[in-house]
Design a protein around this ligand. Structure first.
Ligand code: SRM
Ligand code: SF4
Length: 528
């Protein structure tokens, strides 16, 4: 599958070498053995690299407690699946938790290798898979979080996302045709008008567009973030109908990337580097050959003409009498008991379905008007509010950070929350400000799409190395999306409060709250 001309043995980087020796997917057949011998006895490359092909991530920060990255096509799961995930982490007590990711997905924490065969059996029985979710594979495929229920949607992406995932993963079993890509790969299918999934930061994105009066997708390619370079996707000059053509075009682009993508320097291996080297015309021509027929040229304009919605709150669906309810999950962190509760709420008030967003939040769809008032009284909605305050956490996104990620230069999630709460206590805002935290330049927390993006770094202060951030601003999502730029660098985290306060006042119209005005029975009363 991998063409010989570009991949001479001597030039292969170390990742290419170990992939050539043994495909990552093959550890699937060794799981029972690994479970028996224990993680300490597993070959180092199998342990720290190949297991990621199954979504099982060794965490050097917490050795022996693995992370399991699932696949949640279109960010949709049933209450049954949610309960299965809750049961998996429940057995790990304090170590067990779950995170909603910036790709509408779920990662579980605290997993023991000896339990993985049993966990995989449970996932399979529930129709879930974690296969090909890490390393040189296609990540969770994102789609509009309100697909099929949004009164204003153009194309329902649910079925398409599932079909693309099934093609890539061999229906969740694992598919050796796509387990040795030159690097990771992201695919997004947007069905609405508001770019709810940040289409432009994916290697392939499908964007609704009318061509000669027919609704389908324009296709953009090559978007990516990395420590070395960040690019928005560019037009392939192609339009496809919202049917199997989407699956076939993904297959064709993946084959071209697999067979011709650059494999010598891992820092220059994402799809855009190949497009740069070849030029778009040659790339498009190669895709056409793999597609097996000429591509139709793109429609002159796409339909992404709304500002992005965050889906938090109560919204009527296109189905009369039904609503979707978006709950805010602070920095995406969930406990087993949260997952059990969410499953119950989805069953009692909705249709037993849950949706995830790239802002790391949850949506309960299909809630009849008559059940809304009681749902809104549920205690879980005090923790996961439908009306979070403008600044604090409503639009806060954060990557994993140093709690579990060994790339991290700073702690992110707890700091992000603490700082947002502190700022909210001092300032009022009339509209949310999207603050994204990312623990290192890999940009998993997408600081470049935020109003204010914070990227972890190390800073020298008073002769010591301390945690700090570089600040990005100007990221725009939705219509006319574009990436933000670095505006300040090397701010020590202990000075960040003051810096953010000024940025919010100067750039986003934040107003200082009035000073405490009175003290009644020892309780300080503030004007709001
Ligand atoms: Fe990421 C590597 C977490 C979305 C760019 N990312 C990692 C690893 C696997 C590193 C590691 O082994 O520790 C992190 C796992 C930490 C952990 O324990 O959770 C990690 N990435 C995440 C998640 C969980 C962040 C989050 O808190 O939500 C997101 C999981 C998405 C998913 O469900 O699959 C996540 N990562 C992203 C995104 C955002 C996106 O896809 O929209 C990006 C930037 C977009 C892109 O890839 O073009 C991103 N992650 C990276 C990179 C840089 C890629 C590159 O080309 O250089 C790395 C490092 C690498 O691959 O070498 C990385
Ligand atoms: Fe880890 Fe860096 Fe990604 Fe955050 S941005 S999850 S610190 S790799």
């Amino acid at each position: 599958m991998v063409s010989s001309s570009t991949k001479s043995e001597a030039k292969l980087n170390k990742f290419e070498k170990f992939k050539a020796e043994k495909d990552g997917l093959l550890v699937k057949g060794e799981l029972e053995h690994f479970a028996k011998i224990g993680w300490e006895a597993v070959d180092d490359t199998d342990l720290t690299q190949r297991l990621k092909w199954l979504g099982v991530f060794f965490r050097p920060v917490t050795p022996g407690k693995f992370m399991l990255r699932l696949r949640m096509p279109n960010g949709i799961l049933s209450s049954y699946k949610c309960r299965v995930l809750a049961e998996i982490i429940q057995r790990y007590g304090e170590d067990g938790s779950a995170d909603i990711t910036t790709r509408q997905n779920i990662q579980l924490r605290g997993i023991r290798l000896e339990d993985v065969p049993d966990i995989f059996a449970k996932l399979e029985a529930a129709g879930m898979t974690s296969v090909q979710s890490g390393m040189d594979n296609v990540r969770n495929i994102t789609g509009s979080p309100v697909a099929g229920i949004d009164a204003d949607e153009l194309i329902d992406t649910q079925g398409l996302v599932r079909q693309v995932q099934d093609m890539i993963t061999g229906n969740g079993e694992g598919n050796l045709a796509f387990t040795n890509l030159p690097r990771k790969f992201n695919i997004a299918i947007e069905g609405g008008r508001d770019n709810s999934i940040h289409a432009e930061i994916n290697d392939i994105a499908f964007i609704p567009a009318y061509r000669e009066g027919v609704l389908g997708f324009n296709v953009v390619v090559g978007g990516f973030f990395s420590a070395r370079r960040c690019e928005a996707a560019i037009p392939l000059n192609a339009w496809v109908a919202p049917d199997n053509s989407v699956v076939e075009l993904c297959r064709a682009i993946l084959e071209v990337y697999r067979d011709h993508g650059l494999r010598v320097n891992r820092q220059k291996a994402r799809l855009m580097w190949l497009i740069d080297e070849w030029g778009m015309d040659r790339f498009r021509a190669a895709v056409e050959v793999a597609y097996g027929q000429p591509l139709l040229s793109a429609a002159p304009k796409d339909e992404m003409d709304w500002d992005k919605r965050d889906h938090i709150g109560v919204y009527p669906q296109k189905q009369v009498g039904l609503n979707y309810v978006g709950l805010h999950v602070p920095v995406g962190r969930l406990t087993a008991s949260d997952l059990f509760d969410l499953a119950r709420l989805a069953e009692v008030y909705g249709s037993g379905e849950l949706r995830l967003t790239v802002e790391q939040n949850v949506i309960i769809p299909n809630v009849p008007d008559s059940r809304l008032p009681v749902l809104l009284q549920e205690p879980l909605l005090e923790k996961f509010s439908i009306t979070p305050s403008a600044l604090t956490t409503r639009s806060l996104v954060s990557c994993t950070g140093s709690q579990f990620c060994n790339f991290a230069l700073v702690e992110t999630k707890q700091r992000a929350l603490a700082l947002a709460h502190a700022l909210d206590a001092e300032l009022t805002l009339t509209q949310p400000v999207r603050i994204h935290w990312t623990g290192c330049p890999n940009s998993c927390g997408q600081p470049q799409v935020a109003d204010i993006g914070l990227m972890g770094t190390k800073v020298r202060k008073d002769g010591k190395t301390v945690e700090g951030v570089d600040i990005f601003m100007g990221g725009k999502v939705g219509k006319e999306a574009h990436l933000g730029e670095k505006v300040q660098q090397g701010i020590p985290c202990d000075e960040l409060h003051v810096v953010l306060r000024s940025l919010l006042i100067e750039n986003f119209g934040a107003q200082p709250r009035e000073a405490p005005s009175a003290s009644r029975n020892g309780v300080v009363v503030t004007a709001d």
